[in-house]
Design a protein around this ligand. Structure first.
Ligand code: FMN
Length: 220
């Protein structure tokens, strides 16, 4: 009888990385980590990384229990990285209680990871409005009708609430829920990690100083 390979065996034999990995010359890295982030992101888009704007947001509320979920990056400006979500949600409440967050990007096709830590704060209302109104009408109706991360009520109640929200969006397309927020993460540290075929990964961490940024190359 041939025994099935164990999950452990299957995992051990998975290939580590794609064939062509980019180089990362830390000596040539710019002084500003957001500039480097912008060029890595542009390169990820150019080479066709799937959903390079998907990132993991980690939060920890007052009791320090960590929670993580995937969100979409909405913008990168000189101030930091932006995402959008409902304030009245587990993540929104955790950020309100403790704004320290972490963002993690993994661009597997390039063997790249970027880790960001910093404070998340609610940005200007106009940014949230612009973000919300750019969403598909169905997505807008779902946000208006829903209570993110709460258990769904009975189907008939869901249909009624979504139907009313669709009607509202059709009649008043400028509607933006009060608790739709654009959050700005102002980075305190940004770490860039590059895999290599030879398994000598390269890591560069930027840490904010009073004036600018300090950098350190880290052991992998
Ligand atoms: C690829 C991907 C993108 C997502 N983008 C968002 C987003 O931009 N905003 C958002 O509120 N939820 C987004 N979600 C859903 C979140 O992962 C999460 O389920 C939701 O925000 C509730 O999180 P919370 O209960 O921790 O507040 C996305 C999920 C995936 C898989």
């Amino acid at each position: 009888m041939v025994s099935e390979p164990s999950i452990r065996d299957i995992l051990r034999h998975l290939p580590p990385f794609a064939t062509d990995l980019p180089d990362f010359d830390t000596d040539a890295a710019p002084a500003d980590p957001l500039e480097l982030f912008g060029s890595w992101l542009a390169e990820a888009v150019r080479v066709g990384v799937a959903q390079p704007h998907a990132m993991v947001l980690s939060t920890a509320g007052m009791d320090a229990t960590p929670t993580a979920r995937t969100l979409l990056l909405k913008d990168v400006t000189a101030e930091g990285l932006w995402f959008a979500s409902v304030g009245d949600s587990p993540k929104g409440r955790e950020i309100a209680a403790n704004p320290s967050v972490a963002l993690t990007f993994y661009w597997r096709e390039q063997g790249r990871q970027v880790r960001v830590t910093g404070e998340a704060n609610i940005g200007p209302r106009a940014v949230a409005e612009l973000d919300f109104l750019a969403r598909h009408p169905t997505a807008r109706a779902n946000v208006i009708a829903g209570r993110q991360s709460e258990p769904m009520p009975e189907e008939a109640d869901v249909q009624r609430a979504v139907g009313a929200a669709r009607e509202l969006v059709a009649q008043h397309p400028e509607t933006v829920p009060d608790d739709w927020n654009a959050y700005l993460v102002r980075p305190e540290t940004v770490e860039f990690w590059q895999a290599s075929r030879e398994r000598d990964q390269v890591r560069l961490r930027y840490s904010r100083t009073a004036e600018s940024w300090a950098t350190a190359v880290l052991w992998p």
